[in-house]
Design a protein around this ligand. Structure first.
Ligand SMILES: CC(C)(COP(=O)(O)OP(=O)(O)OC[C@H]1O[C@@H](n2cnc3c(N)ncnc32)[C@H](O)[C@@H]1OP(=O)(O)O)[C@@H](O)C(=O)NCCC(=O)NCCS
Length: 225
């Protein structure tokens, strides 16, 4: 994808390419200073062929650059790992469909000298557009507590748990002990539905046949219509 202008003077966004690996990895190393290689797999993704539906198959790597072409921020997103080992979603019939419908922003990082100027927000809005255009229904991220308000302002709902309703009335709810989840529905089929008995909304309609029926409630074990 060609570079796109943003509403910020001089700042453009473009898909990452293989020679960007060091710059992208350096920016991402700032997300978790205790584990600077936490997003080291971005290098493998950048080495993959640049083909759709996102920048590198089902991975999106975007670089923000200033007017001189220097990298000022990056966003790394793709398929949620939990889908691959959750007992409900890892079923071969479901997995392929769900990885085409649910995406996760793994990391966003902006160079310290450019923070607070809206680059992070431009990267996140760009990711929302790219995932929407690629046919996804839900974009999620695991949220640092101090950034919950920030993602709320960007149109995400902050929830204790991510609960996804899949066909046949089953539900998948990955467990994260340390973070809450931010999620944003991307199309008219997908809704974050309030269900009596559950503290977090349920992702309804992510696949055909997965809408939560009106009047449904959770009894502590399963969903009833
Ligand atoms: C989080 C981050 C990507 C935001 O990028 P940015 O370009 O500075 O963000 P924007 O300019 O769009 O928005 C700035 C707003 O974000 C919020 N914000 C950013 N970092 C924050 C923090 N550590 N605590 C609380 N609020 C924060 C504030 O509301 C801030 O507004 P302010 O400047 O008026 O206080 C950037 O601060 C960063 O790279 N941080 C280090 C890496 C990281 O934590 N990444 C996020 C987790 S993956």
């Amino acid at each position: 994808m060609k570079a796109v202008r943003t509403r910020l003077p001089g700042i453009t966004l473009r898909d990452g390419v293989a020679p960007d690996a060091d710059a992208v990895a350096q920016l991402l190393s700032m997300v978790n200073p205790d584990d600077p290689e936490a997003f080291g797999d971005v290098r493998l993704n950048l080495a993959m062929p640049q083909e759709g539906p996102l920048s590198h198959s089902r991975t999106l790597v975007v670089l923000a650059e200033d007017a001189q072409g220097s990298p000022v921020g990056t966003l790394f997103a793709g398929a949620p790992f939990w889908l691959f080992d959750h007992p409900v979603t890892s079923h071969p019939d479901l997995l392929g469909e769900l990885v085409a419908r649910i995406g996760v922003i793994s990391a966003v990082a902006v160079h310290p000298g450019h923070r607070g100027g809206g680059v992070g927000a431009e990267l996140i809005r760009h990711a929302v557009r790219r995932f929407t255009r690629a046919g996804y229904g839900l974009l999620t991220l695991n949220c640092f507590p101090e950034l919950e308000e920030y993602y709320d302002r960007l149109g995400f709902t902050i929830m204790d748990d991510l609960i996804v309703h899949v066909p046949d009335g089953r539900m998948a709810a990955p467990v994260w002990d340390d973070t809450r989840v931010a999620a944003r529905a991307l199309d008219r089929h997908t809704v974050l539905a309030a269900v009596p008995g559950l503290d977090s909304p349920v992702v309804s309609g992510i696949l055909p046949g997965s809408r939560v029926p009106a009047g449904a409630y959770f009894d502590g074990e399963k969903l009833h219509n």
